[in-house]
Unconditional design. Structure first.
Length: 459
């Protein structure tokens, strides 16, 4: 091969290398470089050819450079990390791969230097990440355990030592499915290893959450844990397990459940008595109405009966559902109106048209709403239908944002102004206003139509 061709190939290889390339004499003087070396150091090629190793590497001055290579035979290669000094004085971390050779009796060093600044940053970031990870894991208020694919315990944190009463060294001698754990289910029966959250996570390849298990600690004492486990998609790892000691909360929950059962029994008995008392009051009012002949007195008793009936219907519904604090509006309004209509015989009968959404409201709100609805219905039966061949009551209730809008109307001419005008209005009209205000609501009337708007979470 002609020497010119060899020179061209050498220069092509040199200039197309992705790393900095240096050819040095045995004394450490720069004989040749490529364009990457120029870019890395900030020198031109001509400037670099006038420098020695003292100018480029603070870790290997000329004397040490010569001694370093004289101690190595021809053909020896080295790989090490050092620093290269740029023209502006800044230092660049590099990895150097060098070979010591002889050509025509002369000694040369051929070196390839790679800028490892980014790698150093990544390594530093990794060290910081590992430190943060270990600090975080050790201060977590839950036990953390990681294993390999076979279930052998690799790492634990401080809380795991405290919860399980085992040192990290003792943990390392066990597997997650070791029989030494003697784990039991929530009901106290032995839990086989295949039911452990960790073994399930490994077997099923997914996150397993909320597995409750107990670990006997000696005598009758059991440490109760809630365990989550998930596969770790890293080489050499199998599963990570996190567990909390819920022994104290379990005891508290048992005590609370016992108190709640007692409270529920007492509440049912109280509501049963209230319901019976309301039924008794309603029966007494009915008997009284049978003996009253005065139309005005009879009307007052009928109004009172309707108000009591609205509360009785609510109590019946609450008692039937078993939720004494809240009820679906749809399950209350329509049956209530039907009950009130039964008090007023009507020929032809009143047709009820209702569009009520299923809105859950508190009993106190429903009680007030029921009394208002009783007043509306009673007024319709008193004033609306005289001489009408068709008698209709329409009710609607819907949710509009944070409020409930309840509308009521009949097909009559509306309540006479003398009954609701300023300075007039009977007890029923005043009661509607007071109850609407108590609910935080706004009640309006337009002819035969009433509209009540109130907060959906009214207290």
């Amino acid at each position: 091969m002609p020497s010119s061709l060899r020179e061209a190939l050498y220069r092509c290889l040199l200039e197309n290398s992705i790393d900095a390339v240096y050819l040095l004499s045995e004394e450490g003087r720069v004989l040749d470089v490529n364009r990457v070396a120029c870019a890395m150091t900030g020198y031109s090629r001509e400037e670099l050819l006038g420098l020695t190793i003292d100018d480029l590497d603070p870790n290997y001055p000329s004397k040490g450079f010569v001694e370093f290579w004289n101690a190595r035979p021809e053909g020896a290669t080295v790989l090490f990390e050092t620093l290269h000094r740029r023209k502006d004085g800044t230092l660049v971390p590099v990895e150097v791969n060098g070979i010591f050779t002889k050509v025509q009796g002369r000694k040369f060093l051929f070196g390839v230097a790679r800028d490892i600044s980014e790698r150093r940053k990544a390594e530093q970031a990794l060290r910081e990440s590992e430190t943060r990870y270990r600090t975080l894991v050790d201060i977590l208020p839950v036990g953390i355990t990681t294993t390999d694919a076979s279930g052998k315990i690799l790492e634990t944190n401080r809380m795991s030592e405290r919860i399980l009463g085992l040192s990290r060294e003792e943990h390392a001698l066990r597997r997650l499915d070791s029989r030494e754990w003697r784990i039991v289910r929530a009901d106290g029966s032995p839990m086989p290893p295949e039911e452990y959250a960790s073994t399930r996570a490994l077997r099923e390849g997914r996150l397993v959450e909320g597995v409750e298990m107990g670990i006997p600690m000696g005598g009758e004492e059991i440490t109760w844990l809630t365990v989550n486990a998930a596969p770790v998609p890293l080489e050499g790892y199998g599963v990570a397990v996190a567990y909390s000691d819920v022994s104290a909360s379990r005891k508290s929950e048992d005590h609370v459940r016992s108190l709640l059962r007692e409270k529920e029994i007492l509440l049912k008995e109280t509501h049963h008595r209230v319901k019976n008392n309301l039924q008794t009051i309603l029966s007494l009012l009915s008997l009284q109405m049978d003996e009253v002949s005065d139309p005005d007195s009879l009307a007052r008793l009928r109004d009172l009966s309707g108000r009591v009936r609205s509360m009785l219907v609510l109590y019946n519904k609450l008692y039937d559902t078993g939720d004494f604090g809240r009820l679906d509006l749809r399950e209350y309004l329509i049956p209530l109106v039907r009950e009130i209509l039964e008090i007023f015989p009507s020929i032809p009968p009143v047709r009820l048209e209702a569009e009520v959404e299923g809105i859950i409201l508190e009993a106190r709100t429903l009680s007030s709403l029921g009394i208002i609805l009783n007043e509306w219905t009673t007024n319709s039966m008193k004033y609306a239908f005289a001489g009408l061949p068709e008698r209709i009551i329409r009710i609607s209730a819907r949710r509009e944002g944070p409020r409930v809008v309840c509308a009521y109307e009949d097909n009559g001419p509306g309540i006479p102004e003398v009954a609701v005008g300023p300075g007039n209005g009977g007890f029923g009209m005043r009661l509607i206003g007071l109850l609407a205000e108590q609910m935080g609501g706004d009640c309006r009337r337009e002819g035969a139509r009433w509209t009540l708007s109130f907060p959906a979470d009214a207290r």
